[in-house]
Design a protein around this ligand. Structure first.
Ligand code: SF4
Length: 695
């Protein structure tokens, strides 16, 4: 503060990192941020923050920022700096040439959770209206797409059921496949406060996370399951509930679909679904699993919070369904202190999904095949829309390798680093004729790009983000875009160059269009957010002015809650003599996702590289000590990581993060994916680990 001077004014905005969505005051001197101060009126954070939001914003003005549009004929050519008009014209001509030769579905786009709602909406509109295809997908494909499927099928909509504040009324907290202490620190503090007040805690995770035994809290039960066996655990918990008379019969009779419940009850009661039957599969002692199930069912208020350890599996959607089944059977949806809550990893992953960036859905989770819904967008946009769902990200890669997908508009997402099986992704990207990257930095994907369009950071944006509790908050511009244009303006210019002009003077007008076309957003406006601080969707005439704090009160969005049988299917990634360990992945407090932002801040003084955590027994077997280097190989590839010997791991399981491109964590993850959504199975990879010399 002394070096930068005293602030002259402050702008309230929203953190660009995790799905907690903390409000901040950017204290400014001219166009320079002096410091970020947690906003005491922010409903998601109540004046708190973590080290990412508070200190890791310097990347916004980092010297690595791309501030000049660039083009090149071939990816082996050097970049050539050009004007915005030339770069956008170059991109439009290439896309049009591809479509003329290979058909309109030979191109597509990918949006990102780093984009505002308004930016995501515009990108999907460009793809559908200007390109004339539904080949649009979002980075949520690789994180919470199974949440969309599983919660949609059972409850009727894809969103956390509660506000964060609701955890203060939980008697039992179940955390599955999530490490909020590192990934959602401000919400973790609320959770820990409630646990210190006496709430009981169950942690279901292969790793002994901080919640299991920190100086502040201790879990009553840690179900240290083997990676890939989530569905066996949740089905066995359901078995206990059904066979020990713990079903909330009155709740189920009133709120749930009877035929599907009866079929599910018969299914989970089978002896092959008991904790004892699954003990060897999951590695969880049957008695411990029975105790956890009884605790959850007894509540009286039990809340489930889950993360990517649930979704990023070949059975990710099945597991989300299993969680929803259990919550319905025990009557744990629709009041304070209960619910099913996906902890969204990224600031706007909820909004990115809400805004129609999946290839089968228009904004508001409405299927593209619904003629009435499609008709409303066709009337507003003045185009005819295809009723056929487009390609998902992995399908785009497959189509590229088959010579059928040639052009990609990629906004704010580094697919070359973040998607699994890096070699496969690189081959697909290399096969395309036009890749347009719109981003802050020359990321890994940019190595395959033909056009670079400078993106803008959250400090340069006007718009909204939607957090994990469906809370829509304003992102306010605190400095002009470094490259002169905001992301929404770039998308508009590209659309114009493609022959489909859009006419917005400000992102507020984009939100007005979203509200007009999306019933769950009908009551959302910048004026209301200005007045109330934030609103939660659904927000329309039938909700409170500030929207809906709690979902499924009195009834599920889909009507009767629906059960589905959750047959456990072993992962393809199984240990054998060649690959005797299971690798799983997670995050650390100081870094964020692929690290493009946090690696360019002082946060790297705490963690400057990805490491491999390994149990002492497995380390000793391999002659590995703390700080040694280990070669990790899987059926997809191999990489080298520094070793941390840790009792946080169980024997047979190793763990790493994915924040640094040099470590190549995704070189070793495979392209195995969720059966319903193609979400990659990042959390289970059979590997071998061996001591190697320093790279
Ligand atoms: Fe809040 Fe998450 Fe930002 Fe930390 S990273 S300040 S918890 S929104």
């Amino acid at each position: 503060v002394i070096e930068l001077g005293q602030p002259e004014h402050a702008v309230v905005t929203t953190c660009a990192y995790c799905g907690v969505g903390c409000g901040f005051k950017a204290e400014m001197k001219g166009n320079t941020v002096v410091r970020m101060v947690p906003w005491k009126d922010g409903k998601a954070n109540e004046g708190h923050s973590c080290i990412k939001g508070r200190f890791a914003w310097g990347y916004a003005t980092h010297a690595d920022r791309i501030t000049q549009p660039m083009v090149r004929e071939k990816i082996t050519d050097p970049w050539r700096a050009v004007s915005w008009d030339e770069a956008i014209g170059f991109a439009a001509q290439r896309f049009q040439a591809i479509q003329a030769q290979h058909g309109r579905d030979a191109v597509g786009g990918i949006t990102s959770s780093r984009c505002t709602n308004e930016e995501v909406y515009l990108v999907q509109k460009l793809i559908r209206a200007a390109f004339g295809t539904n080949n649009v997908d979002t980075c949520a494909r690789v994180c919470h797409s199974p949440t969309g499927y599983g919660m949609g099928q059972t409850f009727g909509t894809s969103a956390g059921t509660q506000t964060f504040a609701s955890v203060a009324q939980a008697d039992v907290i179940v955390v599955i496949g999530a490490n909020p202490s590192d990934a959602h620190p401000v919400f973790a503090s609320r959770m820990k406060r409630r646990i210190r007040q006496g709430a009981r805690l169950v942690v279901i995770d292969p790793r002994r996370t901080e919640l299991v035994d920190s100086p502040h809290v201790r879990a009553d039960h840690h179900l240290a399951l083997l990676p890939g066996t989530n569905v066996a655990v949740i089905t066995a918990m359901a078995h206990v509930v059904v066979t020990e008379g713990l079903v909330n019969e009155a709740y189920v009779a009133e709120r749930c679909d009877t035929p599907s419940f009866q079929a599910w009850r018969e299914f989970v009661a089978r002896p092959e679904n008991s904790p004892e039957a699954f003990e060897a599969v999951t590695g969880v002692p049957a008695a411990e699993l029975r105790a956890a199930a009884r605790l959850y069912a007894s509540g009286p208020n039990s809340a489930i919070y889950y993360g990517l350890g649930v979704t990023e599996h070949a059975q990710g959607s099945t597991m989300v369904i299993g969680i929803c089944n259990l919550a319905m059977a025990c009557g744990m949806v629709g009041r304070e202190g209960v619910g099913v809550n996906p902890l969204r990893g990224q600031n706007n992953v909820q909004g990115s999904c809400d805004m129609g960036s999946f290839p089968h859905e228009l904004p508001g989770y409405r299927h593209i095949s619904d003629a009435a819904v499609r008709g409303s967008f066709e009337a507003a946009w003045g185009v005819s829309l295809s009723a056929e769902p487009g390609l998902r990200i992995p399908n785009m890669f497959e189509a590229a390798l088959a010579g059928q997908f040639k052009g990609l508009y990629c906004v704010g997402e580094d697919i070359a680093q973040s998607d699994p099986n890096t070699q496969h992704v690189a081959a697909a990207l290399s096969a395309m004729d036009c890749i347009v990257v719109q981003d802050l930095f020359l990321n890994e994907t940019a190595k395959f790009a033909h056009v670079l369009l400078p993106g803008s950071s959250f400090l340069e944006k006007d718009g909204t983000f939607t957090n994990a509790e469906r809370r829509i908050s304003r992102v306010r511009q605190v400095m002009p875009p470094l490259a002169g244009l905001g992301d929404w303006e770039v998308t508009m210019k590209l659309s114009q160059a493609l022959g489909y002009p859009m006419h917005y003077a400000h992102p507020e007008q984009i939100m007005q269009e979203i509200a007009a076309l999306t019933p769950s957003f009908a009551g959302v406006s910048y004026a209301k957010i200005e007045r109330l601080g934030s609103v939660q969707w659904p927000c329309n005439d039938s909700t409170d002015e500030a929207g809906t704090a709690m979902m499924h009160v009195g009834g599920f969005v889909r009507g009767k809650g629906r059960f589905f049988n959750t047959q456990y299917v072993p992962s393809d990634e199984r240990v054998n003599a060649r690959f005797p360990l299971l690798l799983t992945t997670g995050r650390i407090l100081s870094q964020y996702n692929v690290g493009a932002q946090t690696r360019r801040t002082a946060n790297s003084q705490w963690h400057a590289e990805d490491v491999l955590e390994i149990h002492p027994h497995d380390a000793q077997e391999r002659g590995l000590l703390d700080g040694d280097w280990a070669g990790i190989s899987s059926r997809a590839g191999q990489t080298v990581l520094r070793v941390v010997v840790s009792e946080r791991m169980q024997p047979g399981v190793v763990w790493t993060t994915f924040h640094f491109p040099e470590s190549g964590a995704n070189v070793i993850t495979t392209d195995s994916s969720d059966w319903a959504t193609n979400c990659p199975e990042y959390k289970v990879t059979a590997v071998q680990v061996a001591k190697v010399m320093a790279p």
